[in-house]
Design a protein around this ligand. Structure first.
Ligand code: ADP
Ligand code: MG
Length: 460
């Protein structure tokens, strides 16, 4: 009977004045009942009718309503948040059809309880729709009663001072309505409203009890939807702030690299040149002085210091920006870095490069170079290792780099609680080129730093 319009006869049959109120609202079976309920309903009613029992219709109505409740409960158990609204409207339609009424609405009490917003409603086509917003100033008595959690049967329950409410009943032609406030943890959060424009109805307590269950089903589903939406919003804002943080890190790293590059260029092009010419001047001076001159050894020492200083500045400039990366590529830049590290730290480095594409993207090369620098620094600083192996190769479409030492290792959990800047900046750099970074270590078992960097269609 989903789409069957009610006829006057139907209504009259269902609302015989003077009869038991539970008999007065007789519900045609309008839901799609579960097969079990349907056969129970039909079987029971047939048996009662055969026996000439006068309460047959009442029992049938109650069974039909139980079926509706079962149907609603099972539908609402696990519906996703985006289907809650449509399912509530579907549920309201069932209620309207089941009870043979004209309109069903569901609303929420807002903030201070002075506003009542109708969020969902279903009405027969010929019937006016619900107010979108019901304000306390508009219907003070009605709003007060909802706030107090009172069940409101109109027009019976209207107090003497409910002037505007009475006017509304007259103007709209509303003959009968029931409002059931819905509470969550003792406070009224909303209300379920049912309306009849054609007939004055009795709303028996038994029916109110069941309708409250319907309202509770709607309220719970909406609460779940809100929680879901709040969670989604939180997740979104978390993702956005993570993304913001990532962009900021990227900009910081970029700015840092640019600054390093500038200083390195300055050191290389200016300082090392000036130091070199000072060295030449010192050599000239040495030649001008006689061999007996006492200042000679001093001058010689000064000249050697100048050479050493020039080498240091050169090395520092390369640390700051590895121009060797641009000139000779990643494989040679790492070879030179490993050699310099072995000399400086007196730790044996076994460097094993594979065959890499002609051009590794500059950001990937710089990232791998920086990670290798920091990983080697950590070996020197923390590992107490005598040997380190650096491997660099291409596996499928990724450059894979590993820096493995056989030193003391460390406890990652401990380190996670007090993270250093080196490990996190390595991880951050690798994330920025969309690669994978991992550190495998255990106390006494050495440490291995692994990077997988995507090559993104680079020709081999
Ligand atoms: N190769 C390694 N061998 C042993 N311990 C290491 C190694 N690399 C890192 N660690 C441990 O991890 C910690 C964090 O390293 P890192 O983030 O680079 O910070 P920092 O080097 O400034 O201490 C180090 O303090 C050290 O305890
Ligand atoms: Mg470090």
């Amino acid at each position: 009977m989903h789409d069957r319009d009610l006829t006057g006869d139907d209504v009259a049959k269902r609302r015989t004045p003077g009869t038991d109120p539970q008999e007065a609202i007789t519900c045609p079976v309008s839901v799609t009942p579960s097969r079990k309920m349907e056969s129970l309903d039909a079987g029971l009613c047939a048996a009662l009718e055969d026996a000439g029992c006068p309460v047959g219709a009442s029992i049938r109505d109650r069974l039909a309503f139980e079926t509706l409740l079962t149907e609603l409960s099972s539908r609402f158990v696990n519906i996703p948040a985006n289907r809650v609204d449509s399912q509530i409207e579907w549920g309201m339609r069932l209620v309207v059809e089941q009870l043979g009424i004209d309109r069903c609405g569901f609303g929420e009490v807002l903030g201070d309880g002075k506003q009542f917003v109708v969020t969902h409603s279903y009405q027969l086509p010929t019937v006016p729709s619900c107010f979108g917003l019901i304000l306390q100033e508009q219907f003070p008595a009605y709003a007060r009663m909802i706030r107090q959690g009172m069940i409101i049967r109109l027009p019976e329950d209207l107090p003497a001072d409910a002037v505007t409410e009475r006017q509304y009943l007259l103007q709209s032609g509303l003959r009968s309505s029931l409002t059931i406030p819905l509470t969550v943890m003792g406070s009224v959060v909303g209300a379920l409203g049912l309306a009849s424009f054609r007939t004055q109805l009795a709303w028996p307590d038994e029916l109110v009890k069941r309708l409250r269950l319907v309202g509770d089903i709607f309220t719970n589903a909406l609460a779940r939807k809100r929680a879901d939406e709040a969670l989604c919003a939180k997740e979104l804002s978390l993702r956005q702030s993570q993304e913001g943080l990532r962009q900021l890190t990227a900009r910081l790293l970029q700015a840092q690299e640019q600054e390093r590059r500038r200083i390195a260029r300055e050191m290389h092009d200016d300082w090392t040149q000036r130091l070199a010419s000072l060295g030449i001047e010192a050599a000239k001076l040495e030649r001008h002085l006689g061999t007996q001159e006492v200042a000679l050894p001093l001058l010689h020492a000064m000249q050697q210091q100048l050479v050493a200083l020039s080498e240091d500045v050169h090395a520092l400039s390369r640390q700051l920006h590895p121009s060797i990366l641009d000139d000779l590529g990643l494989v040679e830049a790492l070879r030179s870095e490993c050699a310099a590290f072995a000399r400086r730290e007196e730790i044996e480095v076994d460097y094993c490069p594979g065959v890499l594409p002609e051009t590794v993207p500059a950001d990937v090369a710089l990232c791998l170079y920086r990670v290798a620098q920091e990983a080697l620094r950590n070996v020197a600083k923390h590992a107490a290792a005598a040997e380190v192996i650096v491997t660099l190769d291409v596996v499928e479409s990724e450059v894979v780099m590993r820096i493995e030492d056989f030193g003391i290792g460390f406890d990652r959990e401990n380190e996670r609680s007090q993270p250093g800047l080196g490990l996190s900046s390595m991880a951050e750099r690798v994330a920025l080129i969309e690669g994978q970074f991992s550190v495998t270590t255990a106390v006494g078992r050495g440490t291995s730093v692994d990077v997988h960097a995507p090559l993104k269609g680079c020709p081999r």
